[in-house]
Design a protein around this ligand. Structure first.
Ligand code: PHE
Ligand code: NA
Length: 501
């Protein structure tokens, strides 16, 4: 390449950006619910085992690939072997799909930050969400009737994202992480401490921590733990490869990975405490047991929290801060997935940052705005999200591990790369996790997901809707990946080991 690759100014900036990517909506609205449903206090065991046997080892693997081969996923995998470029594009496709709907949820959170101030939902947060705000029609189809109240904030979210990315890796991504990550941590701590002082908080925490040991015999609990770890650390779909490719040559990779992984998990546990304290308060106000008010995802953030905000003293401020936290957490994650796509196209075509941001980012924004802020957008989002997370990410992770560890037998070489500089050694235990443990777990996850989705469908949507937005989208991503891998690189791209750059 004629222009040298961009670099982070310091390892700490990379760590902050990686934490910004990892800490997202999943930490706040997914983890507390998943943990509660899967053994509550007892979930700590499968969760820690998943973190140590798959999460951290795969995070190291991503870092090793991105750092050693210094490229976006397609370039890094092309340099790893001429057979694996397709894997890189598959990861890029997954990032494309996630980005186009993830931005929409950030846009909702932007609106709700303002709705909180006047508690715009009145006494019916659920009706307000689906009818007044999102204006959803009944039934599932793909339509294009825009809802301006969602489309306008979505345009703003995309403009902000592309503006950050146009500024580049250090000035844009690095500096925004330096601002938003500390801000998020401080605001979130304030919220959690405030919720601990609500009436009923103790009952909520009891529900969250009270262990259900018998559930540990249930395989679905283990699958849920691994699923949460994969999603939460954003591993094996290109983000960490991309971010690691901007690190200077001599960098302590495994030490950085440990910091990122434990920060992400700490934030998750903090969120569990805050969310359950608030749910305990809600249950005490309604005089019902805590388990009757527990929810996760969109229902937790956009229905249960508005209910809590309406009844609690100082609810408007608490609510605005809560949604602001969702915005900050989501924004830094969104930046990281869009950057994967932009850097891949930049590498393949040999174009500079600004045209790539305008072209690729513009195209992503256009898809996002056409498909999701519509009167039919929520069911589309729901199905696309389910399939890309439960099939796409798991599938690409499994095929990647099998290719790198079994077919190409490259874990020794990648382990040596990690150990050349790092503080924490990627030793035989790491090798075992990558070569034996993760392929087994990922296959079990994939098989069980395919079975359930094939037998039961999802969310009661019609089969044709699931076929198009679920199965077909995943198949199209693989087809595109194969086509893109066949297309030639910009003339003069160095496809060998760039060890000396
Ligand atoms: N890891 C993020 C979370 O826990 C989710 C995420 C998804 C981040 C996609 C980036 C890209 O919420
Ligand atoms: Na996370």
């Amino acid at each position: 390449m004629d222009t040298p690759r961009e670099v982070w100014s310091a390892r700490s900036v990379f760590i902050l950006a990686a934490i910004g990517s990892a800490v997202g909506l999943g930490n706040i609205w997914r983890f507390p619910f998943v943990a509660y449903e899967n053994g509550a206090g007892a979930f700590v065991i499968p969760y820690l085992i998943a973190l140590l046997t798959a999460g951290i080892p795969l995070l190291f693997l991503d870092y090793a690939i991105g750092h050693k081969f210094r490229g976006s996923p397609p370039l890094a995998f092309r340099r790893l072997s001429k057979w694996t470029e397709t894997l890189g594009w598959w990861q890029v496709g997954i990032c494309f799909v996630i980005a186009v709907y993830y931005a929409v949820i950030v846009a909702w959170a932007v609106r709700y930050t303002f709705f909180s101030i006047g508690q715009a939902w009145g006494d019916d947060p659920e009706g307000f969400l689906f009818s007044n705000f999102l204006q959803q029609e009944d039934g599932a189809r793909v339509g294009f009737d825009l809802v301006p109240g969602v489309a306008i904030p979505l345009v703003l979210v995309w403009l902000a994202t592309l503006a950050v990315l146009a500024l580049g890796v250090q000035r844009g991504i690095g500096n925004s992480a330096r601002i938003f990550v500390p801000l998020l941590v401080v605001l979130f701590l304030v919220l959690v401490i405030r919720s601990l002082f609500l009436d009923g908080a103790a009952a909520g925490l009891n529900a969250f921590f009270d262990p259900e040991w018998s559930l540990l015999l249930n395989p679905t609990v283990w699958i849920a733990a691994y699923g949460q770890i994969f999603f939460s650390l954003s591993i094996a779909f290109g983000i960490m490869i991309t971010y690691a490719s901007y690190l200077r040559i001599r960098t302590n990779l495994t030490g950085s990975g440990m910091v990122v992984a434990f920060s992400n998990s700490s934030f998750e546990i903090l969120a569990g405490i805050g969310v359950f304290a608030a749910l305990g308060y809600m249950a005490s106000i309604a005089s019902v047991p805590v388990d009757e008010v527990v929810s996760g995802g969109i229902g937790l953030a956009f229905i249960a929290f508005p209910q809590i905000i309406s009844v609690m003293p100082g609810g408007s401020v608490f609510g605005a801060l809560f949604f602001l936290c969702l915005v900050f957490a989501g924004f830094t994650s969104l930046i990281s997935i869009v950057q994967v796509v932009i850097s891949a196209v930049q590498d393949k075509l040999g174009i500079t940052r600004i045209p790539a941001v305008l072209g690729v980012g513009g195209a992503m924004a256009a898809c996002s705005i056409a498909l999701f802020p519509t009167t039919t957008g929520v069911s589309v989002l729901d199905v696309v999200d389910k399939f890309v997370n439960n099939l796409g990410i798991v599938g690409v992770a499994l095929i990647t591990v099998i290719s790198v560890a079994w077919l190409l037998r490259r874990t020794g070489e990648l382990g040596d790369h990690l150990n050349a500089v790092s503080s924490f050694r990627a030793n035989i235990v790491w090798q075992f996790c990558i070569v034996v443990a993760t392929p087994i777990v990922l296959s079990a996850m994939l098989i069980s997901e395919i079975r359930t989705l094939a037998d039961e469908g999802y969310g009661g949507y019609p089969d044709s809707f699931i076929l198009v937005l679920g199965w077909s989208v995943q198949a199209v991503l693989i087809a595109f990946a194969i086509i893109l891998a066949v297309l030639p690189w910009r003339r003069g791209t160095d496809l060998g080991h760039p060890e000396s750059t």
